[in-house]
Design a protein. Sequence first.
Length: 222
Amino acid sequence: MRILAAYEQDFSKHAPIGIVPKIRMVWNSIPSQLAKENKKFIYGLVREGARAKEYETAIMWLSDCGLVHKISRINAAGIPLRAYEDLKAFKLFMVDVGLLGCMAGLRQRTLLDGSDLFVEFKGALTEQYVCQQLKTIEDLEVYYYTNNRGSCEIDFVVDTGERVVPVEVKAEINLKAKSLKTYREKFLPEISVRTSMADYKKEEGLVNLPLYAIDRIAEISV
């Protein structure tokens, strides 16, 4: 908890004084943002009735300082992915999975025992872990995808510079991925990745990549 307090104290030291309260509000809303099934950032979770123009500077400050990862939505898949970026829709992740767990109030025993109370947040922690691993890879652009109806969502879509790779994140070994199937049928990616607690397995056009190896995604061959 002292680490979290130190982060918040640094907001006051380094950020323009006028936006410090908004920075704190955005920062403290992240666990509830990621706890949702649809992890798109919702301003109403920061403060009831909040609007984008009130908080975009605070979000930009956190992102520019490397304290959060802002992952934008894309609405189509092509190189470069940036050409299909939807600037109005994004997810916000913490810089570190340990910080997220602490902010959510998860105790070590809850994590180790696999408590039923923890199950609902397990997906958020897993997606946070995958995000921060992907962001360590040089020259890798990271986005996420949803269709316009919201019936298909891919947790991450990465641009290696040579190919676009959809990434479906699973917290356990359940490998059912309806959205990934829909995405593959629509965009016909050269290769797709499903990362989970399951072992490595390569199928036609699909690689099951263990969570611990997600940082090797750019090295996967067709």
